[in-house]
Ligand binder design. Structure first.
Ligand code: HEM
Length: 324
C-alpha cells in the first residue's frame, strides 16, 4: 500500500480518519469484492452471519462486535500457537490481552469519534522491544494473522500503520523506561520488606519455641527435685522404721513400705572352711581366714573364690585336700 502514515496523522484522529487516497478507494473496492466472495462462501458453510451491510461504518460492514470477537480470538490463538511469538507472551495474562485487543479493534474499526482508551501502542510493546528483542518482523507475523481472519482490506489497511508506531522511538520512551525503573525499585523494596517480615516472624517463632523448651526443662527439673525429695523422705522413713521395734508404725508423711522379710544377702552361703585347711596356713588353697562368705572373697562373677560348690556337703573336705 502506498499510503505513508506519519505519527502525527495517526495521533490526530481528524486528519487520518477523513483522509481518503486513491489507494484506499482501490483497497475498499477490492475489499468489497472480497467481502462479496466471503458472503457467498459463508452462506454455503453457514459459519459467518450473512447479509452484512455493504455500506456504512466499517465496524458494521465487517460484522459488528461479533466479528471483532471472532477476529481477536483467532488472532490470539494464532499468536499463542506461533513458536516464534509465544516467548513474547510468556507471563502475560491472556484474558487481559484479549480484552485490550478487543477494545483496540473496536476502536480501530469503529466510528471515528470514539476515543482510544488503551495504552499507547509503542508503550504497550516497548518492554518486548527493549528487553526481549521484539522486532518489526515479529510484528509483521502478527499482522499476517489479522489477514487470515478474512477482514476486508480497508480494515487491514488500518492495522498496518501500527508497525511504524510501535517501532518508532518517541520522547515517551524515556518516561516509560523511568516508570519501569520505579516499578522495579518498588518491587525490590516490597521483596526486601517481605524478607524482613519473614525473618522477623522466624525469629519470633524460634524465641517462642526456645521459651517453651525452657519451660518444659524447668518443669522436668522441678518434677525431678520433687521426686528426689520424696525418695529421700521415703529412705529416711525406712531408716526410722528399721530402728523402731517391729510392729510399731512410724508417723510421717509417707506410709512405710510393707514389712518385707529380711532378705538374705546371698542365696548360696559359702560353707564353713574345713578344719584341716583352716589350720594349715600357707596352703595354696587357703584364701583367707575362717570368715567365709565375706565380700572380699567374691569373684567378679559374684560367686566365691573358694573351690566349694553347693553340691559338696559342708564340713566334709574332698579327699584330695586331705594332707598326707
Ligand atoms: C506480533 C506479535 C505480537 C505480540 C507478541 C504482542 C504482544 C503484546 C503484549 C505482550 C502486550 C501486553 C503489554 C502489557 O503487558 O501491557 C500487547 C499489548 C497489545 N498489543 Fe500486541 N503483540 C503483538 C502484535 C500486535 C499487533 C499486530 C497488534 C495490533 C495491531 C497488537 C496490539 C496490541 C494492543 C492493542 C495491546 C494492548 C495495549 C494496552 O495495554 O492498552 N499487538 N501485545
Amino acid at each position: 500500500m502506498g499510503v505513508q502514515w506519519s505519527r502525527e496523522s495517526w495521533t490526530n484522529a481528524e486528519s487520518w480518519y477523513h483522509m481518503v487516497t486513491k489507494d484506499e478507494v482501490r483497497d475498499a473496492m477490492r475489499g468489497i469484492q472480497e467481502w462479496e466472495k466471503l458472503q457467498e462462501e459463508s452462506k454455503a458453510s453457514g459459519s459467518v452471519k450473512p447479509n452484512l451491510p455493504t455500506t456504512g461504518p466499517l465496524l458494521e460492514r465487517i460484522g459488528g462486535h461479533d466479528a471483532v470477537k471472532r477476529v481477536v480470538e483467532a488472532f490470539c490463538r494464532k499468536l499463542y500457537a506461533d513458536e516464534r511469538l509465544v516467548p513474547f507472551l510468556q507471563g502475560r495474562d491472556i484474558v487481559y490481552m484479549r480484552a485490550k485487543l478487543s477494545n483496540f479493534t473496536t476502536w480501530l474499526f469503529g466510528p471515528s469519534h470514539l476515543p482510544y482508551t488503551g495504552k499507547h501502542m509503542r508503550n504497550a510493546h516497548l518492554r518486548l522491544i527493549k528487553e526481549r528483542g521484539f522486532t518489526p518482523e515479529h510484528f509483521e507475523r502478527g499482522i499476517a494473522y489479522f489477514h487470515e481472519a478474512n477482514l476486508v482490506n480497508e480494515a487491514l489497511a488500518k492495522l498496518r500503520p501500527f508497525k511504524g508506531v510501535v517501532f518508532t522511538a518517541t520522547s515517551r520512551d524515556a518516561e516509560e523506561e523511568a516508570r519501569w525503573a520505579a516499578e522495579e525499585r518498588s518491587k525490590e523494596l516490597q521483596r526486601r520488606l517481605k524478607e524482613q517480615r519473614e525473618l522477623q516472624e522466624r525469629r519470633e517463632r524460634e524465641a517462642k519455641e526456645r521459651q517453651e523448651q525452657e519451660q518444659r526443662e524447668q518443669q522436668e527439673k522441678q518434677a525431678r527435685q520433687q521426686w528426689e525429695k520424696e525418695w529421700e523422705q521415703e529412705a529416711q522413713q525406712d531408716e526410722r522404721t528399721k530402728e523402731q521395734p517391729p510392729g510399731k508404725p512410724q508417723t510421717g508423711q509417707l506410709s512405710p513400705p510393707p514389712q518385707q522379710p529380711q532378705q538374705q544377702q546371698h542365696s548360696v552361703q559359702p560353707p564353713p572352711l574345713p578344719p584341716l585347711l583352716a589350720a594349715a596356713p600357707g596352703s595354696p588353697l587357703v584364701v583367707g581366714t575362717a570368715s567365709a562368705g565375706s565380700r572380699d572373697q567374691a569373684s567378679p562373677s559374684g560367686g566365691y573364690a573358694t573351690p566349694f560348690t553347693p553340691m559338696e556337703s559342708p564340713g566334709k573336705a574332698p579327699s584330695s585336700w586331705v594332707a598326707d
